[in-house]
Design a protein around this ligand. Structure first.
Ligand code: ATP
Ligand code: MG
Length: 206
């Protein structure tokens, strides 16, 4: 099969607590820039000691928020591969499992700059790089040169392909939104309305 005939699958992993437009814009931009066939939104399972924490959404609620947020975009899909009862899944294992299940596809794992800077601390970075190309979005107004340097350094260290996402800096984090909700500040336009309705209806993060 020619390289370009292989399905290209983007993976947007995160805790999505809650999902916000930053995540959605990253997925959409990667879809367009890398000519992806689809982008999987993959909520990470929480380990038992982190489940049902006060001020946080449950696993089920996080999944439902993602489901709602991506509804209506037919090249976005939900992947529950990392949601399991005993929690904790390692990215390298998930990616290797996905490759086993569909070896004909190429995987594009989408991360923000903060994740790039702690990539060294992830379990088995080399195996992650074997399984997927890493798509990196800027964040926290990181200088381009710094990001490029880190991408090259990691690429040399782990033999991976690191690709820069051509996206704007998006000053949003779930942490910021959780604080705003707690303080009764509006999060309208930072999070899709259907997700806000769900947060309010279930009194999450209050
Ligand atoms: P929290 O504040 O709880 O850490 P978050 O906003 O960082 O939440 P995560 O679910 O932790 O969201 O992030 C999932 C992935 O999306 C990570 O790779 C992260 O770097 C990336 N990401 C999230 N928000 C942005 C953003 N605004 N710009 C660029 N990348 C982002
Ligand atoms: Mg984060």
């Amino acid at each position: 099969m020619k390289e370009k005939d292989r399905p290209r699958i983007g993976i947007m992993g995160g805790t999505f607590d809650p999902i916000h437009i930053g995540h959605l814009i990253l997925g959409e931009t990667a879809y367009e820039q890398f000519d992806l066939d689809k982008v999987l939104f993959m909520p990470a399972g929480n380990p038992p000691h982190k489940k049902n924490r006060k001020g946080r959404a449950t696993d089920e609620e996080r999944v439902e928020m993602v489901r709602r947020a991506i509804g209506g975009n037919d090249h976005f899909a939900l992947s529950l591969i990392e949601m399991n009862e005993d929690g904790y899944t390692y990215t390298y294992r998930t990616l290797e499992r996905m490759r086993q299940e569909n070896a004909a596809a190429d995987y594009y794992f989408i991360i923000g700059a903060d994740s790039l800077y702690n990539f060294d601390t992830w379990m088995e970075p080399g195996r992650i790089c074997q399984a997927a190309k890493i798509v990196v979005a800027t964040r926290d107004h990181t200088e381009d040169e710094s990001l490029d340097y880190e991408m090259q350094r990691l690429s040399a260290k782990y033999g991976g392909v690191f690709l820069k996402l051509d996206s704007l800096n998006i000053d949003i984090s779930s942490q910021m939104l959780r604080t705003w909700i707690e303080e009764n500040r509006t999060i309208k336009y930072y999070v899709p309305d259907c997700v806000i309705d769900f947060i309010q209806g279930n009194q999450i993060y209050q």
